[in-house]
Design a protein around this ligand. Structure first.
Ligand SMILES: [Zn+2]
Length: 395
């Protein structure tokens, strides 16, 4: 009988099973997984820190393996997120937290996105710790990536506080081991409209929050229509222009009351030529104009535009140190850009050269019966072995 785990070594199998058994959906704590990896670092004598968020329920993990000469500055960071999307409402054919290999595929929540990568990196740590490294290697593992990369936003401050300054970063999100240098920015904006309630027979005594919210929606649609018809275009993307839409709307209380409140949540994703803060500024201008009109109807009314989350663009060049390193370790060169945001955007915005390269396909990431092909995990295991080889000082 052939071994279902292919060429994956025993340590890799053990870490895959260990990490995938824990439910670290973003609404829960990621500490069970963070503590396991931190313990492994401590056992191996690797300096590791857990950097908690404000609630203390979640933490980023930062570890540094110094170069043979003791240097900790510069080096290569390996990054991944420890949270996963939920399985709510999904009909799985197996227990999502009981990893199972079937037909060359490892099935579990987080198998592709992205505990597979974290497990393989952790499994390789004893070899990295035993090697004489030409330059340092860092782990930068985050929480809450699936909540608009909030952990990565904190990670930038955590790295600075610890004086960790990698010269390149590889984020192991599923790219089928292609080296991806670009993704769009992702911004979530909430629009709060404060009107004035009144009996519906006396609309002039109130100010209709839902109607003004609708005008904001129309104004935003004009912006996104402009992106589609006039660009700017970026041919590296499958959808070669910025996109956006109204995602939720909530307003009004009853059929015979002029609505006092309405809240709209919109999302937009921009190509590098469109600055997300400029889009927010346009929305604020529109809100200011509509607020003037509302206040002419009733004092104390108005519209607030609140940025809830922003994942910056990733726009790394093909000849950056990160791109060259990932390709040298066996990542597949690619000039395709992706539409999903990652922690890489925050690293890029902080001036750290970053690429995305990891096992599995994003198409299998968030759905029912998430899986990663064993062959992809083998390729990632080989990538880490080549990385270690390249970084090892010749004896
Ligand atoms: Zn992910």
């Amino acid at each position: 009988m052939t071994r279902p785990w292919g060429r994956l070594d025993d340590r890799a199998v053990a870490w895959l099973e260990r990490l995938l058994t824990h439910d670290t959906t973003s609404r829960l704590s990621n500490l069970p997984v963070a503590e396991l990896i931190a313990d492994e670092c401590r056992t191996l004598g690797i300096a590791v820190q857990l950097r908690p968020d404000a609630t203390g329920r979640k933490a980023n993990l930062i570890a540094t393996l110094p170069a043979a000469d003791g240097t900790t500055d510069g080096g290569i960071a390996l990054s991944g997120h420890m949270d996963t999307v939920p399985v709510d409402g999904q009909e799985w054919t197996s227990d999502p937290y009981a990893p199972e290999v079937r037909d060359g595929r490892l099935q579990a929540r987080g198998a592709a996105d992205m505990k597979g990568f974290l497990a393989l990196v952790t499994a390789a740590l004893p070899r990295f710790a035993a090697a004489r490294l030409a330059e340092p290697v860092h782990l930068a593992f985050t929480f809450d990536e699936e909540l608009a990369a909030r952990g990565a936003a904190q990670m930038i401050g955590d790295l600075a506080a610890l004086g960790v300054r990698p010269r390149a970063c590889i984020v192991g999100e599923p790219t089928s081991m292609r080296v991806i240098t670009g993704h769009k920015s992702v911004t979530i904006v909430r629009i709060d409209v404060r009107g004035r309630s009144a009996h519906s027979s006396l609309p002039a005594s109130g100010c209709n929050a839902v109607e003004y919210a609708a005008r904001m929606c129309t104004a935003f649609r004009a912006i996104t229509d402009g992106w589609r018809t006039e660009g700017p275009y970026d041919p590296d993307y499958g959808v070669p222009y910025s996109t956006g839409g109204i995602m939720t709307i909530d307003g009004g209380t009853a059929r015979n009351i002029v609505p006092e409140r309405c809240t709209v949540v919109l999302e937009f994703r921009t190509v590098p030529a469109v600055e997300p803060t400029d889009v927010v500024a346009r929305l604020r201008e529109e809100a200011a104009e509509l607020t003037r009109q509302m206040q002419a109807e009733q004092p104390g009314t108005g519209i607030d535009v609140v940025v809830e989350d922003m994942v910056p663009t990733l726009a790394t060049t093909q000849d950056s140190p990160a791109t060259r390193a990932a390709i040298a370790y066996g990542g597949i060169p690619s000039d395709e850009h992706v539409t999903y945001g990652t922690d890489g955007g925050a690293f890029h915005a902080a001036g750290i050269e970053t690429v995305i390269c990891g096992p599995g396909d994003i198409a299998q990431a968030h759905g029912v019966d998430e899986y990663v092909e064993i062959r992809q995990l083998e390729a990632c295991q080989d990538f880490l072995a080549t990385m270690l080889d390249r970084l090892s000082v010749a004896h």
